[in-house]
Write a protein that binds this ligand. Sequence first.
Ligand code: UDP
Length: 324
Amino acid sequence: MRVLITGGAGFIGSHLAEILLQNDHSVICLDNLSTGSEENIKHLRQNPRFRFVEGDIFNAAVVEHLVREVDAVVHLAAAVGVKLIIEDPVSTIETNIHGTQTILSAASKHNTKVLIASSSEVYGKLEKIPLSEEDDMLFGPTVHARWCYACSKAVDEFLALAHHKRTGLPVVIMRFFNIVGPRQTGRYGMVVPRFVEQALTNRPITVYSDGSQVRCFLYVREAVDAVMRLLYEEKAVGEVINIGHPEPITILQLAQTVRKLLNPDAEITFIPYEQVYGKGFEDIKKRVPSIEKASRLIGFSPKVGIEEIIKITADWMKKKIVSS
Ligand code: UDP
């Protein structure tokens, strides 16, 4: 299969490219290198089945040209990280909505299958455990920029499903829940690479608020394995599917686990949200996926637990620290 990955030089995109190439597929990776990096894909460059195109998903002519060459598109290019979203909501909304529009309209011309990366953010503040695909969305007010990400991803989902309904365009919507592992940067606020780097460099581990917020962390290799299976699963077409690990952990427990595994002398420090994200920041208290649908459709059953993820991420981070 020939696959176009938008955001292919990013964290999830580069892992997906890798696993597709390992399974004898061909990959075109489109990335504007705004948050992705050449470093993430440099080991793939010599593979004759891999092609990198530096470009923007807003460029309809480029997108259309590339879509014509492939059997499927995995649309991962998007604004990333709570920090970036709060700092630049205009780009977040434009990238997420206009970018997805461009991809879907190009795919419509050739009836090309599109897998759209959505996010567990679309559930918003809903505190139900676990969260199922048919659950309501509960967003905060528009004066809090954080919610623009959730809303823009929800619009992407509506748009993709509307295309599917109108023309039968084969679309699959993947709601990712906190995907983590090597190549994820802490630059945009992501907690696991930040904690791991802090512990390895003897800096305090920065828990925001009291650390009682709950998340579930999925190892990136298991996430891209699910994406690969979704590329083939006919029953997934027209569906919204949670992709996450079902095992919850509080952020304080995460900090304690990182300290135990990487640096028992590390200090854990508590920082108010306001200090990091400004006044009125609203965090999501609990986010735990139901993976019943993914398990039924593609036999999804994540095996890698948080301790192993921390160790794998730390091994990668150590090499990065040494080489920088
Ligand atoms: N977080 C934290 N310290 C950090 C970075 C993040 O305590 O240095 C918290 C953050 O407030 C959130 C959780 O960790 O409650 C997960 O944050 P991340 O940005 O990784 O993902 P998301 O908020 O999208 O779930």
